[in-house]
Design a protein around this ligand. Structure first.
Ligand code: G3I
Length: 322
């Protein structure tokens, strides 16, 4: 697909915003069209899976960096910033760790070692890390995880300090989903990050994942108020994983509804005092996580299965160019 339109990344840069995409390492390796679209349209990349604990650590002794290195190298070749995702998360943990039943002291050695090894490897090339991802359940309580079991509710404090030790220049984020507007979960996130700041913990921002549904109401004013309260704490905010899934069969009205939602969230981001990045969770619908997670749903991204731009892509370009 040849286009003479100004790429999304260039329109965004003029507005002081980084627009990015989550990168599927296999597609990056095997699909030339994927590489072309990614380099042309996006100024930021997040490894969709390659920097997670499980993919990086097939065993306690071995680190598997090849996929993450490939994404970071591609980003470097194409002037793209990189978000690191995700150092401490309850999901995609290898069994040797998740079922290891480690003691507090063993856990410290393991998790501090993991964070130090991974963050220092990409020092100067990863500008921001999702240090802790999805620590709360949807009611705003602590989500169970090996980290909570080993260290208790202090684990975010510990993880942020360890990441800062490894790269004092990286911007360190707490990242979560369904905490995009003002609700019980985002209240819990707000209370935690305020406590971290009061303790002098090196946290610099909050990631709002923004996994949305085209059939759901979106509350842009509430999202704006949520971003403002984090900004008022002195924190940056980034939209870190946006997609807007539709129910099959996808149709014109669904695509236009999707475009409207992308437009509204981009407008909120642009109007915010500090919303420095807008990252979509994938490049083309073909590689999206959604269909294997939500049967009969998908089409959540800016480019369709064939890599063609959708109305949502045009909507973002219009907002950024206006
Ligand atoms: O690589 C294996 C492959 O070898 C195997 O054959 C295949 C079938 O079992 O699984 C493959 O691993 C899958 C991996 O994606 C790579 O495709 C895992 O099963 C699958 O669980 C994993 O899903 C990822 C999911 O996080 C893990 O929970 C999605 O791609 C990824 O988009 C999704 O991303 C998360 C963010 O990290 C955090 N926020 C929510 C978001 C959506 O869940």
């Amino acid at each position: 697909m040849i286009t003479n339109k100004t790429p999304l990344r260039d329109l965004a840069k003029k507005r002081g915003l980084a627009v990015g995409a989550a990168v599927n390492a296999e597609a990056l390796r095997d699909d030339p069209q994927y590489r072309t679209i990614l380099a042309r349209e996006f100024g930021m990349a997040t490894c969709e899976n390659a920097m997670k604990f499980g993919p990086l650590r097939p065993s306690r002794e071995r680190f598997a960096f090849d996929d993450a290195d490939a994404v970071v190298a591609f980003a470097g070749e194409h002037g793209m910033a990189v978000r690191g995702h995700a150092l401490v998360w309850h999901n995609m943990l290898p069994d040797w760790f998740a079922k290891g039943g480690f003691t507090y002291d063993d856990g410290i050695d393991l998790v501090r070692g993991h964070i130090h090894t991974v963050v220092s490897r990409y020092r100067g090339r990863v500008c921001a890390w999702d240090v802790v991802n999805e620590a709360f359940d949807d009611r705003g309580g602590w989500r169970d995880s090996p980290f909570l079991r080993m260290f208790g509710p202090d684990y975010p404090t510990m993880a942020f300090h360890w990441a800062h030790e490894a790269d004092p220049d990286a911007k360190l984020f707490y990242n979560d989903y369904n905490a995009d507007s003002i609700n019980r979960k985002s209240d819990a996130v707000y209370a935690m990050v305020r406590m971290l700041l009061e303790r002098g913990v090196p946290i610099h921002g909050v990631g709002l994942q923004m996994h949305l549904c085209a059939w759901d109401a979106v509350y842009p004013a509430s999202v704006a108020a949520n971003i403002k309260r984090f900004n008022d704490l002195g924190l940056d905010v980034q939209i870190t994983e946006m997609d807007v899934r539709m129910k099959e069969p996808f149709n014109e009205s669904g695509l236009l509804q999707q475009a409207r939602i992308y437009r509204e969230i981009m407008e909120v981001c642009l109007r915010a005092e500090r919303c420095s990045a807008f990252v979509v969770w994938g490049l083309t619908d073909r590689y999206s996580w959604i269909p294997q997670t939500f049967k009969g749903e998908g089409g959540g991204l800016l480019f369709d299965n064939e890599g063609r731009p959708k109305p949502a892509y045009d909507a973002l370009c219009e907002v950024l160019a206006s």
